[in-house]
Write a protein that binds this ligand. Sequence first.
Ligand code: DX5
Ligand code: ZN
Length: 226
Amino acid sequence: MTQFKLPQAGTIEISPSILSADFAKLAAEIADVEAAGVKMLHLDIMDGHFVPNITFGPPIVAKLRKCSNLVFDTHLMITDPEKYAPRFIEAGSDHITFHIETVSDPVAFVEHLHSLGVTCGVTLNPETPVETIEAVAPLCDMVLVMTVHPGFGGQKFIDEAARKCTRIRQIVGDSVRIEVDGGVDPTTTPTVIEYGADTLVAGNAIFGQADRTAAINAIKNAYPTN
Ligand code: DX5
Ligand code: ZN
């Protein structure tokens, strides 16, 4: 059973993506953002099939679990999430996000993930229409809107993809988080929040900077309410 819970909707949260961190010293990298006060950590899992890149699997997640109390926001960019999600949960993932393009019965999969004690999210690629997630999105705890083509950090933000947040917010209401992933930085933050996002994944904008606390504060200072 998962230890750490996705913060309830209603707050803006930052989920730093370790894809842009130094993989040779991950524990220290994570401690750095944890000390800066974030609650979530975004783990990008890539299998070389669904996306043209490979990252890491459950054994690394299990090791990281021992050195962090952050909510492990696990983004599965893999062709077979139904097979591997239980292994990530066993390793310490608190939240599982799967791609709508990879699952034949998303409603059943969401129910299964909830029965395993985790929160879950459904995500869609920049070119995937919102209609594909319309039925399952209200059952999820979060919808993840890809604002770059998945596979690599440091890509340019796709505004047209981010605009989908507005329609998704109409579908899910206020109790489901909307996360944006790709090219989120202090410049694009006001835009995504205006579109209805409340959960901001940032890789390069945090781990690509020398001072992670300053980088996180720069994003926070870009919230339109501040
Ligand atoms: C891309 C990943 C992202 C990535 C974002 O496939 O899903 O989480 O780390 O990186 P930035 O914030 O650098 O665009
Ligand atoms: Zn991601």
